[in-house]
Design a protein around this ligand. Structure first.
Ligand code: GRF
Length: 215
């Protein structure tokens, strides 16, 4: 059996995506070890989930720092102590500076609740409804200095039904998130997925701009 890939997961809230990764590691679907979970907010469910799984779980509260740079210096120190091969942002709700992102370029993944490049930023579900879209979804991408703008790896699509509200739509999207995130993390951990020259590469082939199997 190959060595497990060391992963650090950054969270801010409920941690349902973290749970899907914990479960995928436990069943062997992903050949990885989540060595640390870091939350920028105290007392969140994500930290409880990590502790329950026996993972080192810590909070670095961004509110305790004067500047974004000081917060990130502390975050970076903890990450580097864990020496992960992959950093996974799972519902992590802080904007990261270019310096931080560039330091971990090619080894940091994010999941975003929209069909990127549509709707980077917040309130994606309501924005899709307000725009009258009939489809919505989630995207996994490498993190680059452009907010929610790094190379897309995989997207999952769901329908938007008449009279959907944002809560109903978010619930439909998150089910897909729990399928695509472990899949993509698994690709990375088995060495199939890389970022090269600003592109996502799977099995040494450049992925389409909208990710694997885009139509
Ligand atoms: C997910 O839609 C994630 O994409 C977004 O926050 C939502 C909740 O994530 N950024 P989780 O339950 O904390 O994983």
């Amino acid at each position: 059996m190959n060595q497990k890939t060391k992963v650090v997961v950054l969270v801010s809230g409920g941690g349902s995506n973290l749970q899907s990764l914990i479960d995928a590691c436990a069943t062997g679907k992903i050949n990885a070890e989540i060595s640390m979970v870091i939350s920028n907010r105290p007392n969140v469910l994500a930290l409880e989930r990590a502790e329950k799984a026996g993972i080192n779980a810590i909070c670095i509260d961004h509110k305790a720092f004067e500047t974004r740079e000081e917060f990130e210096a502390s975050l970076s120190k903890k990450i580097d102590e864990a020496a992960p091969e992959l950093i996974v942002l799972a519902g992590f709700m802080r904007i990261l500076t270019d310096d931080f992102v560039n330091k971990y370029l090619g080894k940091m993944l994010n999941i975003h609740p929209s069909l990127l490049p549509k709707y980077p930023g917040l309130n994606t579900h309501q924005r899709a409804i307000d725009a009258g879209d009939d489809v919505h979804g989630a995207s996994v991408h490498f993190v680059s200095p452009v907010l929610d703008g790094g190379p897309i790896i995989l997207r999952a699509q769901v329908p938007i039904f008449n009279n959907d509200n944002a809560v109903e739509l978010a619930a439909r999207v998150v089910v897909q998130e729990h399928m695509i995130y472990p899949l993509v993390v698994g690709w990375f951990c088995s060495g199939r997925l890389k970022m090269k020259d600003g592109f996502a590469m799977l099995d040494n082939k450049r992925l389409e701009e909208k990710g694997y199997a885009s139509d």
